[in-house]
Design a protein around this ligand. Structure first.
Ligand code: NAP
Ligand code: HSE
Length: 432
């Protein structure tokens, strides 16, 4: 057998430890697939003195990144340290040293993915990033390999485990936002700074990566319209249940007559929708193609071993490419220019919850405003507000309208004398 493929790890935290574990536990089957053993030569960490699992003691650690990037015997660099700017420098330098790179870092790939893929291609290196989206679901390989013959039209998914866990627990156990966020952090699903999870940025980065690949066009994070789950209350969730819907943080990327929309927002899904039944920290991605129709992929979105499995699967691909001497990422660099839909072109029904003054003329004022905007009601209820004697809660779902109209309508509702407050509004996925 040829010499072992030598790995340099950048990071030995949750994912890095999982990668070391899988390489150790599955060594026999991995080397059978590749035709060569795999060895971790060294791991770059921030703190050499941090306490680590005892079985890692045989691994050589370093605080000097050059001990990896400039070591000519290292074939593949696995970046599992996180961060953007410093990490970009390391990955770029590793590629220049003709090392293949694997990363789990969606922040890096959403920001610099195309630049790095072009550099990798020019340098005849591989750069794989399966673990960056939906940890344990091989969705990137599915799009680039499994579905490569189709023209994809839509990607719709739950791609953030933390918020899915939170919404599930808030709905099923009637617990508060803060309580379930603490739990998601304790369980290790949330980012170090969980604002990226709850404000939708983590999901937006993943959707930018998926949309770039699926439509072979450059989608930047700034092209993604983002709304997180901070506004979602137990009251919203109880109305969802009452109306036969489930609230999920949905990432949506769809192409329609050459124009693209990419959005992340809390969305009411009919209970019969396949994504409505994806609970807890699980992720799922529904893909629609012109030829294939719909298919859906489901699995754990985070966690040490599921994420590490994706990283090591990338490593197997790189190792096979080393054996075959075929490298380069040209097939993943964007091919088309695109235009993005404007808000007056993006259509959907909406859920709106209002607090109104419970007196004569209130309904007339509200319905007049809706009629002026050509928005009709699919359903509507009014209930007394327990804690505000002179107010009532009006909850409604509209027929299809546009984002631009709904925003204008909400702004005008807030100005009506009859309306005390627009408590919330969310996109509704149409019933099939
Ligand atoms: P983590 O547990 O915080 O581990 C980070 C590792 O990188 C640690 O070993 C740390 O060293 C090292 N490190 C960080 N900054 C460094 C620096 N400036 N210089 C040297 N070493 C540094 O993070 P993680 O959860 O494994 O996540 C790693 C990456 O995978 C991130 O990009 C994350 O978004 C992505 N990811 C994570 C998951 C998940 O479930 N955790 C899922 C999908 C993708 P010390 O050990 O000395 O502190
Ligand atoms: N914080 C992320 C999530 C981790 O909750 O999905 C996996 O990317």
């Amino acid at each position: 057998m040829e010499r072992a493929i030598q790995i340099g790890l950048l990071g030995l935290g949750t994912v890095g430890t999982g990668v070391a574990s899988i390489i150790k536990q599955h060594q026999e089957t991995l080397s059978h697939q590749i035709g060569r053993p795999i060895e971790i030569k060294r791991a770059f960490v921030k703190d050499l003195h941090k306490s680590r699992e005892p079985w890692l003691s045989s691994l050589e650690l370093t605080e000097d990144v050059n001990a990896i990037i400039q070591d000519p015997s290292i074939d593949v660099v696995i970046e599992v340290m996180g961060g953007i700017d410093e990490t970009y420098q390391y990955v770029e330098r590793a590629l220049k040293e003709k090392k293949h790179v694997i990363t789990a870092n969606k922040d890096l790939m959403a920001e610099y993915g195309s630049t790095l893929l072009h550099k990798a291609n020019d340098l005849h290196c591989d750069l794989f990033y399966e673990a960056s989206v939906a940890g344990g679901i091989p969705i990137i390989r599915t799009i680039t390999d499994g579905l490569s013959a189709d023209k994809l039209t839509k990607i719709m998914g739950i791609v953030n485990g933390t918020t899915n866990y939170m919404l599930t627990k808030m709905t099923e156990e009637k617990r508060t936002f803060d309580d379930v966020l603490d739990e998601a952090q304790t369980l290790g699903y949330a980012e170090a700074d969980p604002t990226a999870d709850v404000d939708g940025l983590d999901a937006a980065r993943k959707m930018a990566i998926l949309a770039t690949l699926a439509f072979s066009t450059q989608v930047y994070i700034s092209d993604v319209s983002v709304k997180g789950i901070r506004t979602v209350s137990d009251i919203d969730l109880s109305y969802c249940e009452r109306f036969g819907y489930t609230m999920k943080l949905i990432g949506l990327a769809q192409k329609d007559e050459g124009q693209l929309e990419v959005r992340v927002e809390p969305t009411l899904l009919p209970n019969t929708h396949p994504l409505a039944n994806v609970h807890n920290e699980y992720n799922a991605v529904l893909v629609e193609g012109e030829a294939m129709g719909e298919s859906m992929y489901y699995g754990p979105g985070a966690g040490s071993l599921p994420t590490a499995t994706a990283v090591v699967s990338d490593l197997v691909t790189v190792a096979k490419n080393i054996q075959r001497r075929v490298h380069g990422m040209s097939y993943q660099t964007p091919m088309f220019q695109t235009t993005f839909k404007q808000e007056n072109e993006i259509q959907s029904p909406y859920f709106i919850r209002l607090h109104v003054y419970d007196r004569a003329g209130t309904f007339a004022a509200i319905t007049t405003l809706f009629a002026q905007h050509d928005v009709s009601f699919e359903r509507l209820i009014q209930l007394p507000l327990a804690d505000q004697q002179e107010q009532a809660e009006v909850v409604l779902i509209t027929h299809t309208t546009t984002v631009a109209i709904i925003k204008e309508l909400v702004a005008k509702l807030k100005q009506l004398e009859a309306v005390a407050d627009v408590a919330s509004y969310y996109r509704v996925e149409q019933k099939g």
